[in-house]
Design a binder for this molecule. Structure first.
Ligand SMILES: *Cc1c(COP(=O)(O)O)cnc(C)c1O
Length: 392
């Protein structure tokens, strides 16, 4: 793991591109698709990669470079590439690194679009995926074949907020010389740095906690220079690059990541404790509640519990819908990590197409509710959830 010079918060604020002659305090926005050359020799040398400089914003741009450098310092990574969305990062990472015939071993509980990518699209190019149960990491070794290249996981998971032991995953990957790729979006680099535990690549959807204000889509993959170079070569040709404007927004957002995530986690823990004591709630899952099945692992690898709380209300599907319809202040939306608190009822919305058995397999019962706890005053968040619980 690469150690930055200063503490996390300082790097998040002070990592900045070189100032121009105007000595601006805040980085300017470089809304330019291309860059100019001094002469023929300059252009030749630039295209021959004898110089490290910007040529065209599909390859690189000062704003995305600043964003990438910050995230690298936050994650302890050598290099990175920034994408237009989290899914562009996930897809491009696999497309760049895997060949036809290669095999992925993935946690069963992963982000829905990533699951669809693995099951419906990667097989078109002969890349197949096997799934391990997140409560049984020991089963991974038996699934390894000579074709296996990657172990893939998220922690905490969505929407079940389960925790996977990153050190155990790191040890298995190292022992079998497999790449460990972790989607760290739910934790953000502030709460957890997977490279410490042996991850080779870390992926983020910048859309979530990184932007944190629901404005832009973004993604990023960071890791070793060697792996990122392969991802860069694929991406500069296929064009999933982050726009300079969105990179500028993201880079600014990261200045307040630590502050925001601290408050998200403080509010989320308070809400989780309130729910745990509520008579209409069957169970609550939040990584930093003592009752969480992987509480000890969460404490070991995370600084705090994150912004997502899952719980089950009594009364199943009907009560879930009634609760959802009774929410007044919080947003009914599909995003997370936003300053605005967001409630979802997966069984009647995002996961309604799944059979009850398939839903249960990924930890979603009919009464499961997921709250992405925002930055409003905690009293108002609790007041809204409390009145919606009283309405069921
Ligand atoms: C949202 C999300 C993604 C995808 O990110 P987009 O920016 O929406 O493309 C990937 N992984 C996780 C865990 C997510 O929550």
């Amino acid at each position: 793991m690469k150690q930055p010079k200063n503490k996390f918060e300082t790097e998040a604020i002070r990592t900045q591109m070189e100032r121009t002659k105007f000595l601006e305090h805040s980085s300017p926005m470089y809304l330019t698709s291309s860059f100019v050359f001094e002469d023929a020799e300059d252009m030749r040398a630039s295209f021959a990669e004898e110089k490290d400089r910007n040529i065209y914003s599909r390859y690189s741009n000062p704003n995305s470079s600043e964003f990438i450098e910050k995230v690298c310092k936050m994650e302890g990574a050598e290099a990175g590439f920034a994408f237009a969305s989290g899914m562009a990062a996930v897809f491009s990472t696999f497309a760049a690194l895997l060949d036809s015939g290669d095999h992925i071993i993935s946690a069963r509980n992963i982000f829905g679009s990533t699951h669809t990518l693995f099951t419906q699209f990667l097989p078109k190019w002969g890349i197949n995926t096997s799934y391990f149960e997140i409560k049984n990491l020991e089963s991974i070794e038996a699934m390894i074949t000579p074709k296996t290249k990657v172990i893939y996981a998220e922690s905490p998971t969505n929407p079940g907020v389960d925790i996977l032991d990153l050190q155990v995953l790191g040890n298995i990957a190292k022992k079998h010389q497999l790449l460990l790729v972790i989607d760290n979006c739910f934790a953000s680099p502030y709460l957890q740095q997977p490279i410490k535990y042996g991850a080779d690549l870390v992926i983020h959807s910048g859309t979530k906690l990184m932007d944190g204000q629901g404005r832009v889509l973004a993604g990023i993959t960071v890791g070793s220079e060697e792996l990122i170079d392969k991802i860069y070569r694929f991406s500069r040709i296929t064009g999933p690059a982050l726009s300079p404007f969105n990179a500028w927004v993201l880079s600014k957002s990261l200045e307040t990541l630590a502050l925001r995530v601290d408050r998200h986690c403080e509010n989320a823990l308070k809400l989780a404790e309130f729910l745990e004591a509520h008579s209409s709630v069957n169970w609550v899952k939040y990584p930093f509640l003592k009752s969480h099945p992987q509480y000890k692992i969460a404490k070991k690898q995370m600084k705090a519990g994150g912004c997502v709380v899952a719980f089950e209300i009594q009364g199943g599907l009907k009560a879930g819908q009634k609760f959802f319809n009774s929410i007044q202040l919080l947003s009914l939306s599909a995003n997370l990590g936003d300053a605005k608190s967001i409630v979802t009822h997966p069984a009647s919305t995002t996961h309604s197409k799944l059979s009850v058995e398939d839903r249960i397999a990924v930890g979603i019962t009919d009464g499961t509710v997921r709250v992405s706890v925002g930055l409003e005053h905690i009293d108002d968040i609790i007041k809204d959830i409390s009145q919606a619980l009283a309405a069921i």
